[in-house]
Design a protein around this ligand. Structure first.
Ligand SMILES: [Zn+2]
Length: 572
């Protein structure tokens, strides 16, 4: 059992709450570190003030029971342990995948110094990636992060960004600076919040592994797939023939998508939406100022209450916007993006629940990883094999196991745009209101490689790689993530129990005995052995029998690990 010391400040519990979103279960919150800690295998200490008595109890835990991870440089702990004599840093190339049972034992700094003094601070300040200090005790290790992990994850998850100057163009983006950003240069090369969370999770798994416990993880992509892709499109008042064109390209391949509609759907238009396409809304907030009334009107665009929203021009205004969305029944939104340089987000691009200054919102954000019109501002490469999308997909499958949100505009697909000028030219011709004229205009365009080529090559790639990649919709991942909230994992003697099972639920086992693979395949509908960060793991989808029973029980030692470093006080 992982014990989490409660912090009086909501914000300081953020990192531990996010661990739950990252699929880790088996937590219990502790009111005070004075309590009996003997049932725990590992303790997490967010920012909190520790009394002398509490500190002594924690030191006693380290001597006799297990490890402690302090999620910020807690002075009481630090001053009472003497020197923290190892410094750890995680090199970026070790951050592959989600389970890295071996990867944290990478001492980068070898100097002995006392935490809390300036030498320590300087040492840590010089570290580019998550860094921490360690001291080994009789039974466990004390790990101390050099900074407040919760603050850091929050800052790098939701920091609002300056406007992309290329898109600013006289547009005022609302109360907060807009968040349109360019992800097209070096996508996913972002050691930000997800990476920090992956690192923390790996540290936890490693410490449990050392005690012979292989903690299964609730996987963030359903149906035992490594990664998933959501094709999203903004309608933007497009002529129906453009929309039809895009939807047909998807329908011919039986691929689902998410369409954000800008106006009410009625009459003849409705037939366009019969494809495997989830609908969400795309309100236009005049003068780029968020208005709850505008949002409310958008709920009338669809026959059923919409669950998802992306504002036109991705307007972001918080926190009144988040509250208004929840009030009006929205469950998810897709306004934010990912950038290497802008400091936002999810290095792996996993959806996350929004927070603002310690307030938690029941609203799932799907960050956007690629957007065609931003791409058009760059020197875009429309050869899919050499495109940034391909690079993202390959990286995601090999390293990050992500949920990628790729945004397109039907007009750019229809025009096979190669630059924003192509779109401007079309507007100049004044044909955009007339379907037949638009078709003629399209036919008159010179042959060249543009957005449509990129789009169709992407779709064909997704079909060819469907063994690894799930193509799905934001709504479906939203539903999956929410159902996963109630999944629990527990251990009792030699038995691992996974409760709250449902169709599509996928579990990652960090370690199992190879000889029991058949058995796993019997217990689970689909199981594949994958190498995650150098660790053999099994990615398995709960079987229909498991769904019927509501829980799965796995007997035996093979589901606990043969820890590599079980010697007293041994390293991970
Ligand atoms: Zn739009």
């Amino acid at each position: 059992m992982i014990g989490v010391l409660k912090s009086s400040i909501n914000r300081d519990n953020y990192a531990t709450k996010r661990l739950h979103d990252f699929g880790l279960r088996w937590f219990r919150y502790i009111e005070s570190a004075r309590d009996d800690l003997s049932e725990f295998h590992l303790l997490l200490v967010p920012k909190s003030e520790l009394s002398k008595e509490e500190t002594e109890n924690i030191l006693d835990f380290l001597e006799n029971t297990g490890s402690v991870i302090s999620l910020y440089p807690n002075e009481e702990l630090v001053h009472n342990v003497g020197s923290l004599n190892e410094f750890l840093e995680v090199p970026q190339d070790q951050l592959s995948g989600h389970v890295m049972l071996d990867s944290i034992d990478v001492p980068v700094f070898g100097r002995i110094c006392n935490i809390g003094d300036t030498e320590f601070s300087l040492e840590m300040a010089g570290s580019e990636f998550p860094a921490l200090a360690r001291r080994r005790f009789n039974k466990g290790s004390l790990f101390v992060f050099s900074y407040s992990l919760s603050d850091s994850v929050l800052e790098t998850t939701q920091r609002l960004l300056t406007v992309n100057p290329k898109l600013g163009d006289g547009v005022k983006w609302g109360d907060y600076p807009g968040n349109l950003l360019d992800v097209t240069k070096e996508p996913l090369d972002v050691p930000y919040s997800d990476i920090q969370m992956i690192f923390l999770r790996s540290l936890i798994l490693t410490e449990l592994h050392r005690q012979g416990i292989a903690l299964p993880i609730v996987w963030h992509v359903p149906y035992a797939k490594r990664t998933c892709v959501m094709i999203t499109m903004d309608e933007d008042w497009t002529n129906p023939c453009c929309l039809d064109h895009s939807l047909n390209l998807l329908a011919e391949r039986n691929l689902p998508s998410t369409l954000f509609v800008t106006e009410k759907i009625e009459g003849s238009k409705a037939f366009l939406f019969q494809h495997e396409c989830d609908l969400a809304v795309h309100p236009f907030h005049k003068n780029a100022t968020f208005s709850k009334d505008t949002l409310r009107r958008s709920t009338g665009f669809l026959s059923e209450s919409p669950k998802g929203v992306r504002n036109h021009r991705r307007l972001v205004a918080r926190p009144e916007m988040f509250s208004a969305e929840i009030d009006l029944g929205f469950q998810w939104e897709s306004n934010l993006g990912v950038s290497k340089t802008s400091g936002f987000a999810n290095g792996t691009g996993l959806p996350f629940f929004l927070w603002d200054n310690g307030d938690e919102y029941d609203l799932l954000e799907f960050p956007i990883h690629f957007e065609d019109d931003l791409y058009l501002f760059e020197e875009a490469n429309f050869d899919f094999r050499e495109s940034v999308i391909r690079k993202m997909l390959e990286e995601s499958r090999e390293r990050f196991f992500s949920c990628l949100n790729l945004a397109f505009h039907p007009i750019h697909i229809f025009l096979n745009s190669t630059s924003i000028a192509d779109y401007e030219d079309c507007k100049q011709h004044g044909v955009s209101k007339n379907g037949q004229k638009l078709q003629e205009y399209r036919a008159s365009l010179p042959t060249r490689k543009g957005v449509e080529n990129l789009f169709t090559a992407l779709l064909d790639y997704l079909i060819a790689e469907s063994h690894d990649i799930l193509v799905t919709t934001c709504q479906k991942i939203n539903d999956y993530v929410r159902e996963c909230q109630s999944v629990e994992i527990s251990f009792d003697n030699r038995k691992t129990t996974i409760s709250g099972c449902f169709e599509g639920l996928t579990i990652l086992f960090p370690f199992t005995d190879e000889s029991r693979l058949d058995e796993v395949e019997n217990l689970f509908a689909k199981a594949q052995s994958i190498d995650v960060g150098g660790i053999r793991s099994i990615l398995a989808q709960v079987s229909s029998e498991g769904v019927r029973k509501g829980s799965i029980e796995i007997e035996g030692e093979s589901f606990s690990s043969n820890a590599p470093g079980t010697e007293e006080g041994g390293g991970c």
